[in-house]
Write a protein that binds this ligand. Structure first.
Ligand code: ADP
Ligand code: MG
Length: 401
């Protein structure tokens, strides 16, 4: 609505100036043909880019002048142009120019950029935040989940789930598919409201708050299926997370566009610094969705960490990664924790869970089945049963013994 209002304001100013120029106001000045022309400008120039609209305007004004003496065929020419653009170049002239530029001047995505490995890895010298140490010493939980129940019509996805996540820990959640793990994340992050129960983060209630407020309170997350913004580059994906402008600051677009550009430049700088930490600097200009799967996962984590959350929720981050990538992911999760962020990790890959988690909660059919250190969990009879059924239980127990 705000975008609509702002473009209306620009249009209004333009209309007032135009009326002043021709000393005459009449509805047929703005005929259907003009609307088609404007639409054609945007489509031919490129819907996704500001420069595109300007480019389209220049090109079509030129075309219009060329066709001045063939008024009758003008509409056909615009129509043909729009159809051709939609079919062959949906992102318009600007999109063509961008992809040509990328093809000519970009390096292919490097899976690992050796130059950027410096300064990475767990830094033991770095003092972990004092606040975190205190919380850990007092065993204060950063997240308290109390008696959370979630019903979807007839289906009970979560029933009376309660557990704590200790500050500064890496806490695992495991459980068979459909046991309610993702639903729990959605409730913690404000995507869904709980049917009953409460979630507190650092002592403050988060359940029932809107997702963006929960994010501002210091919760970051990734998604089970990667959800990068299509048609945005890796850098822009991170910039979206960094941009915490309030809705009322939107007036800047109208009154002081240069402030918007300055802010954007600042965000670019921050995003680049951030991407270097995750070895993604070399792919900053690539469309996120064009990267190999493992790197898309990494971009999602980088985006979630851009807000410097107190608590990071990772939903099956190792799914679809090869074994090297999985090991790197384990390192990365430990580094994130060492930098002061508590991690809550949903994962099926038990090797990863065993190697990074200090504590594990097992969900089964929407309820907490067991909780404890990873070694205890892996041997727990009920847990093995929930995963494999009773038939295989004797074999597994034999192999563990
Ligand atoms: P998990 O992540 O542990 O595999 P989910 O939390 O995704 O499990 O799902 C738990 C149960 O809740 C499943 O039976 C699923 O079909 C159901 N469910 C999840 N989201 C919805 C929804 N939006 N509407 C209806 N049912 C849902
Ligand atoms: Mg899930």
């Amino acid at each position: 609505i705000v975008a609509f209002m702002l473009s209306g304001a620009y249009g209004g100013v333009a209309g007032a100036l135009y009326a002043g120029m021709i000393h005459y106001v009449s509805p047929d000045t703005y005929s259907l043909a003009i609307m088609f022309l404007l639409l054609a400008m945007v489509i031919a120039g490129g819907r996704d880019s500001i420069y595109g609209a300007a480019l389209g305007a220049v090109v079509l004004i030129f075309v219009r002048q060329q066709f001045e003496s063939f008024q009758r065929y003008q509409q056909i020419a615009y129509g043909a142009l729009i159809v051709a653009m939609v079919l062959f170049a949906p992102s318009g002239l600007a999109g063509l120019a961008t992809s040509l530029w990328r093809r000519l001047f970009s390096r292919p995505p490097a899976v690992l950029d050796e130059d950027e490995v410096e300064g990475l890895g767990v830094d033991d010298e770095r003092p972990v935040l004092r606040e975190l140490d205190e919380a850990r010493a007092e065993r204060r939980p950063v997240l308290e989940i109390r008696d959370v129940t979630k019903r979807f019509k007839g289906l009970v996805a979560l029933r009376g789930v309660s557990f704590d996540v200790a500050a500064g820990s890496i806490h695992g959640i495991v459980g068979p598919n459909g046991s309610g793990k993702t639903t729990l994340f959605n409730i913690v992050t404000g995507v869904y409201g709980a049917s009953s129960g409460s979630v507190r983060m650092a002592g403050r209630r988060v359940s029932g708050r809107r997702a963006y407020r929960v994010a501002r309170q210091g919760v970051g997350r990734t998604f089970q299926t990667v959800r990068l913004f299509r048609s945005l580059t890796v850098r822009e994906n991170v910039m979206v997370a960094l941009d915490d402008s309030r809705p009322h600051s939107i007036w800047r677009y109208l009154l002081a566009p240069w402030l918007v550009l300055l802010r954007e430049r600042e965000l670019r700088r921050l995003a680049d610094r951030h991407l270097r930490r995750y070895q993604l600097a070399s792919v900053a200009d690539f469309l996120g969705t064009n990267l190999p799967y493992g790197q898309q996962r990494l971009v999602e984590i980088a985006r979630a960490m851009a807000t410097e959350p107190k608590l990071l929720l990772l939903d099956e981050p190792a799914a679809g990664l090869n074994s090297t990538e999985q090991r790197d992911l384990g390192e990365l999760i430990r580094r994130i924790r060492a930098d002061g962020t508590t991690v809550l990790l949903i994962e099926h890959n038990m090797a990863l869970v065993m190697s990074v988690c200090e504590r594990v909660t097992v969900l089964s059919s929407g309820a907490v089945l067991a909780e404890g250190a990873p070694e205890e969990i892996a041997r727990d009879r009920r847990v093995i049963e929930a995963y494999l059924g009773t038939a295989l239980l004797p074999d597994v127990e034999e192999s563990l013994a």
